[in-house]
Design a protein around this ligand. Structure first.
Ligand SMILES: [Zn+2]
Length: 318
């Protein structure tokens, strides 16, 4: 499971793999493993007709770098992949909400010292104190920080972490309201940085035309499905399928749960809505007899070839 393939100046969500390393990963997969498509895997599972050492490459969310930076490398090594696209973000002039948090909080600039927000009926209070001023030097010092770190170097990172946790369970409209309130508080414009914008419709069409990339659905607004009422979950799942099918003029077969969040009800819904499989974020190999609507995946980080090879050997065996 990949997300982005690009060079980012800071990567607080730990989602980017550099094109250099991604190329090394693909070379290793091509040389020592058997790259197959997700649909090939799903078709082969019932009869055990999956080649040994099979590897499936997937991307989540729908960033343009998947087309511009990952695709040429996939083509170079002739490796198929599936890209799960957050349908409601395609063609949007706004960054995904988690990137807006980075833009507002972790980039150099001034913010008001006190934040008071109403998040879904609860008051969210935070004092930035001296960190209301955040200069280029502060940014350079902290830019290696990411969410998996146990320590937060300052109030800005702490606020980022707290808001991430408070916003991710919200339903789309409520989340949008909170992000808009944050923009007003920060005095920032609702713009998308070129490095963080979502795919355009043209780019999505182009991706599919390449032939190696299957497009799959990833809800409309990337919520924590497990926290939502059943009717809202179904709308997120169904609308994302319909939206992408209308753009690409072909059936969506594959789905991935945002944040891996799902209940047994969610898993049943994906099956009922006509997908043939769904990917979770549970770390494991795919074995025969697996629930194909809850396929496990391993997260790949920005590892050099040696480390990636080590992980593959550890996961799959020699
Ligand atoms: Zn996602």
């Amino acid at each position: 499971m990949y997300h982005r393939v690009t060079n980012l100046p800071n990567d607080p969500h730990l989602v980017a793999v550099t094109p250099k390393y991604f190329g090394d990963h693909m070379e290793i997969i091509r040389k020592h493993y058997m790259p197959i498509s997700l649909q090939q895997l799903v078709k082969g599972l019932p009869d055990g007709k999956v080649p040994t050492r099979a590897v499936v490459v997937t991307f989540d969310d729908g960033y343009p770098d998947n087309l511009h930076e990952a695709m040429p490398l996939l083509e170079c090594y002739d490796i198929p992949a599936t890209m799960f696209v957050t349908a409601g973000q395609v063609g949007s002039q706004r960054e995904p909400w988690w990137d807006e948090l980075d833009r507002l909080l972790l980039q150099p600039g001034m913010l008001p010292p006190k934040l008071c927000l109403n998040i879904d009926g609860s008051i969210f209070d935070f004092q930035l104190g001296e960190a209301s001023t955040y200069g280029a030097q502060d940014y350079r010092r902290d830019r290696g920080w990411h969410i998996a770190r146990e320590d937060d170097p300052g109030p800005r990172q702490h606020l980022f972490r707290k808001l991430l946790a408070a916003i991710s369970p919200l339903e789309g409209t409520e989340r949008e309201k909170v992000i808009n309130d944050l923009l007003v508080w920060a005095g920032a414009e609702p713009i998308a940085r070129p490095t963080h914008r979502p795919l355009t419709i043209d780019e999505l069409v182009q991706l599919q035309k390449c032939g190696l990339m299957e497009v799959g659905a990833h809800t409309m607004t990337h919520p924590n499905l497990a926290d939502m009422a059943a009717a809202q979950q179904r709308t997120e799942i169904r609308q994302s399928k319909q939206t992408l099918e209308a753009i690409l003029n072909r059936p969506m077969m594959s789905f991935a749960f945002p944040f891996g969040s799902s209940t047994s009800e969610t898993v049943a819904m994906v099956r009922e809505e006509g997908f043939t499989c769904a990917c979770s974020t549970r770390s494991d190999l795919v074995f025969r007899g697996v629930n194909r609507f809850y396929l496990p995946r391993f997260t790949v980080r920005d590892w050099d070839g040696e480390k990636f090879g080590h992980f593959l050997r550890w996961w799959i065996g020699d």
